[in-house]
Each structure stands twice: as structure tokens, then as C-alpha cells.
Design a protein around this ligand. Structure first.
Ligand SMILES: [Zn+2]
Length: 288
């Protein structure tokens, strides 16, 4: 547990899955990314799933709850999902909380590896909410995209995960004009990975943590050129990163959270060090 002002932060785990290195590192050639990430025999690299629980004293807010277990064997194999049954809930219990304690679930976006643990199948195979007392928040535009995917995005948005959340009527759409959703939580517009991806700035007693979501899934993505091939608008990703990292430095944000890292929570000093290393490095790709 880490304290952020008067808030308590709990780094949770929903296991790990694996994606093609080309998918997560975009235009960066394998010869470069494989020096930092050793691929498996199918060219895949691990992406950890690290939901964050913020206990504000008044509310218990869960951010991007994870991949869940509502998938078949084929899906599990494609992504080599390593996750015990009920993994997130066990992690939550170890932190001292029950699913009923969660008051709010907030999503950076609605890809299956970020919202999958918000629902589960009951004994009759009907999807149910895992956090029955929580309000669920997503950007209204992201929500529309997720419910109406195109041929390119439909592999990342799964109706069987999103519709049960929609059906509860406990979904609060985050609108562009509404910057603050929960006391201490500010929405940052960070388009690129999806057109309406959002990140969260969490503040208590002058301390700040930024939850980047898939704007920067791994620390390596601090480099503006390293962005996922999956991003629908990679130039927007680059612009969002540069703008937000500049703001983070100027405003002295204390912690950065990288959802797909095994150890997701970094201090500002650690991030500053990484930014300076990236600046000194040669550009990772040549002109083609
Ligand atoms: Zn994503």
C-alpha cells in the first residue's frame, strides 16, 4: 500500500497476457525492441495487468479492472493468458476489500484487457457485474465506439463484456466538458490509442498520481516514437504523450502509473531519469 496524501493506493493484479511484439511496439523494429523485451517462440511479449484501487476514505475507486475470465480456450491460447480463476478478487481480498466495497469503476477505454474483470458469467452462463454496488464510468464517445466497432477495432471491443455493464444502468458517461468525476479525480484527454482514450490525474493533499492507461502501457512507451500498432491515431498518441509528459514535469506530478508493467508505480524522479535516457538515445528507427 502506498499513501497519496490522504488516499490509500493498492496495486492489484489480474495476471498477465501476451501480445505480438509488433503489435505493442508499432514501427520500432524487432531488432531494437527485442533487446529490451525477450519475445517467446511466437514473438509475443508479456503485458501484465495491474488494476489500481484508490481508497479515498469516502470512496473505493477501481481503475481498469483487468482481463477477467469470460473467454474460451482459443482466446486464452492466442493471448497466452496466465491468470488464476478469480485472480483480481483474490488480489482485492489480500488488500482487505470485498467486491461489494467498490463504489466506482473507471475505465481509460473499453478494450477487453481493461474492462474484462468488471463482468463474470453466473452459473447459467449469464454475464453479471462483479462489483454490484459500483457506478461504472467511461468516456461517452469511447462507449459509443466500443458498442459500434468497425472491422479493425472489433477484436479489441467485446460486446459480451460491455453490454452487461450497459444493461445495469449504472454507467456514468464522462463528457468532454466534465473534468472532475469523483472528488480528487480529474479526466485527462489523451487520444491516440483510441480516439477518446482518457487518463486520470488523482490528487490528494498536494500529491499527484497519473494513471496513463494505454497512452503509455509500458515504461518504454515514454519514448514518443514507441507506440502500439494497435493505436487508431498514432500521431495523436505522440502529441498526447509530449503534451502530458511536459505537464507532468511542469506541475511536479509525484507518481506515474504504467498499467501493463509488472511494477507499474514509478516516482517522478524515476520517470525523469528515463526521459533523459531516451533523449540521449539515438532515434529508434531509421527513415524508410
Ligand atoms: Zn487498449
Amino acid at each position: 500500500m502506498v499513501e497519496l496524501g490522504g488516499f490509500k493506493l493498492h496495486v492489484l493484479s489480474d495476471g498477465v497476457f501476451h501480445v505480438d511484439g509488433g503489435l505493442i511496439f508499432g514501427i520500432v523494429p524487432r531488432v531494437l525492441w527485442s533487446k529490451r523485451f525477450e519475445p517467446d517462440d511466437q514473438n509475443r511479449v508479456p503485458l501484465y495487468l495491474r488494476p489500481l484501487l484508490v481508497d479515498t476514505g469516502e470512496q473505493r475507486v477501481l481503475i481498469d479492472p483487468g482481463i477477467g475470465d469470460t473467454y474460451g480456450e482459443k482466446f486464452r491460447k492466442i493471448y497466452s493468458i496466465e491468470r488464476e480463476q478469480g485472480q483480481l478478487l483474490e488480489s482485492l481480498a489480500n488488500a482487505g476489500y470485498a467486491p461489494e466495497d467498490i463504489t466506482d469503476v473507471i475505465f481509460t477505454h473499453l478494450h477487453f484487457d481493461h474492462c474484462g474483470s468488471a463482468t463474470k458469467l453466473d452459473d447459467e452462463g449469464v454475464p453479471r457485474l462483479v462489483f454490484p454496488n459500483a457506478y461504472h464510468y467511461a468516456s461517452v464517445e469511447e462507449y459509443e465506439q466500443a458498442r459500434n466497432p468497425n472491422a479493425r477495432t472489433q477484436g479489441s471491443y467485446r460486446a459480451d463484456l460491455i453490454e452487461p455493464i450497459a444493461a445495469t444502468g449504472r454507467v456514468h458517461p464522462i463528457r468532454k466538458t466534465a473534468d472532475s468525476i469523483i472528488p480528487g479525480f480529474t479526466v485527462l484527454r489523451t487520444p491516440g490509442h483510441t480516439p477518446d482514450h482518457i487518463s486520470f490525474l488523482i490528487q490528494s493533499q498536494g500529491q499527484h498520481l497519473v494513471f496513463w492507461g494505454d497512452l503509455m502501457p509500458l515504461v518504454a512507451h515514454i519514448n514518443p516514437v514507441w507506440s502500439a500498432a494497435l493505436d487508431t491515431h498514432p500521431m495523436d498518441t505522440m502529441e498526447s504523450k509530449l503534451k502530458m509528459l511536459k505537464r507532468a514535469v511542469e506541475e511536479g506530478w509525484h507518481y506515474h502509473y504504467f498499467y501493463h508493467e509488472m511494477k507499474p508505480l514509478l516516482t517522478a524522479d524515476e520517470v525523469a531519469e528515463l526521459i533523459s535516457v531516451e533523449k540521449e538515445a539515438k532515434p529508434p528507427t531509421g527513415a524508410v
